[in-house]
Design a protein around this ligand. Structure first.
Ligand code: CAP
Ligand code: MG
Length: 418
């Protein structure tokens, strides 16, 4: 979908229209650029100048078939870059590519499938500050026994309820057990039982202890998600406290907050992007927004790490083919943007690691919450089991074979199976 549309912002949609795919494409072009449901008489040259100059254009249409009286298919639409308010940031793009079209009555279903941003649009966004390479340098995984290996991460569980001190102790156990990365859960932020600053400071002390004891750097992503003024106050506090990574729930905060964080020179740490609530509109195969455009936007506006799905392995709704496309969108060249680290998470445990690495490759963060903190022998052993499963996979040894002399892995296989 690239190259020949350099000066256009190109979007691909799946449509079901009461008349035809062609009419659907025309209506999208009208509604999402200069038109409406009827011819305009606003000013003399409306129809002879403004409309032809700025109207979005139909680049391609493909009929798939009929859905009980609606014609279904795909349309490729080119939006003129001069119709975008680039100073406004992502809002101007979403107001057209993901705006009224979702509500057009004649379109029973429409799903935004993909997008390509021309350089003249993309250059208005910061992109990741660290990217895969920068995160690896912080953790030292650009070298070692398996340079550029996948990372193992954990989400401290239970999601809520632990005190800051208890949370930090669990984080220490996971880090000593072998994880590279620890994150707040998506709904843990600054609840009374676990104040964000207390948690941040307590965990930093524990990570310093891990560094002294093992030589390994393990970072904690502090969830700063909140309403704008509170979030930016928390960002400042977290940075002042020495936080090594920040996390936001980007669908809840809005993409523009992420862009602001990525562009802010005072934020000198990676940003981990959680996508909770995405499934409200990414999951339906016939209506909404695919995770592919969402992922491309997150990379463009500056997410260093992004949950993209579990390559068919986890508890969440997962679609391997789509997630392989998302992986490419995160890691393949996209202008001068750094790569965004794909994160697989949700219902994962040691036995899932061989397939995760098979599909996700080495540029992958494998996260386990229950798959570590639900290990029969506790968090530390759970983290050890995950790391053992990764080591076995990187060494090309089967988990069953490796489990013969790695009891932590053996016990996880016994509890959760393959
Ligand atoms: C995983 C998790 C993550 C999901 C998010 C949870 O915990 O912490 O938020 O992975 O889904 O709360 O479920 P478990 P996704 O490892 O215990 O399942 O990565 O698809 O955005
Ligand atoms: Mg979670």
């Amino acid at each position: 979908m690239k190259d020949k549309y350099e000066e256009l912002l190109v979007a691909r949609y799946y449509v079901e229209h009461v008349k035809s795919v062609e009419v659907a494409a025309e209506e999208i072009c009208d509604e999402e650029s200069v038109g409406t449901w009827t011819k305009l008489t606003t000013i003399e040259n409306t129809e002879i100048d403004i409309i032809p100059r700025l109207r979005a254009e139909i680049l391609d249409t493909k009929i798939i078939g009929d859905h009980d009286g609606y014609q279904s298919g795909e349309v490729l639409i080119g939006f003129k870059t001069e119709t975008f308010d680039t100073e406004a940031g992502i809002t101007s793009i979403l107001s057209m590519l993901a705006g009224n079209l979702f509500g057009l009555g004649a379109l029973r279903n429409i799903r935004w499938l993909d997008v390509e941003f021309p350089r003249s649009i993309a250059e208005n966004f910061p992109g990741p500050k660290f990217g895969v390479e920068g995160v690896r340098k912080i953790l030292g995984t650009d070298k070692g026994e398996f340079p550029n290996r996948p990372h193992v991460g954990t989400i401290v569980k239970p999601k809520m309820g632990l005190t800051a001190k208890e949370w930090a102790t669990v984080a220490y156990e996971a880090a000593i057990g072998g994880v590279d990365f620890i994150k707040d859960d998506e709904n843990l932020s600054n609840q009374p039982f676990c104040p964000i600053s207390d948690r941040t400071v307590a965990v930093l002390e524990k990570m310093d202890q891990v560094k002294e004891e093992t030589g390994r750097t393990v970072i904690h992503a502090v969830n700063v998600t909140a309403k704008h003024d509170v979030m930016w106050r928390r960002i400042e506090e977290a940075i002042d406290n020495g936080a090594k990574c920040l996390m936001i729930d980007v669908i809840l905060t809005g993409f523009q907050e992420l862009a602001q964080m990525a562009a802010d020179p005072s934020i000198k740490v990676p940003i981990h992007v959680h996508r909770t609530m995405h499934a409200a509109f990414t999951r339906n195969q016939r209506h909404g927004i695919s995770m592919l455009p969402v992922s491309k936007i997150v990379r463009m506006v500056g997410g260093d790490q992004l949950h993209i799905g579990s390559y068919g392995q986890g508890k969440m709704d997962t679609e391997l083919d789509l997630e392989l496309q998302i992986k490419d969108a995160m890691l393949n060249p996209m202008y001068e943007f750094k790569q965004t680290f794909p994160v697989a998470s949700g219902g994962l445990y040691p036995a899932k690691i061989p397939n995760l690495v098979k599909h996700g490759g080495n540029n992958l963060i494998i996260q386990a919450g229950g798959g570590i903190h639900g290990h029969p022998d506790g968090t530390r052993k759970g983290a050890m089991a995950m790391k053992q499963a990764l080591d076995a996979t990187l060494k090309g040894i089967s988990l069953d074979e490796y489990a013969k002399d790695h009891v932590e892995l053996a016990k996880s296989l016994e509890k959760w199976g393959k």
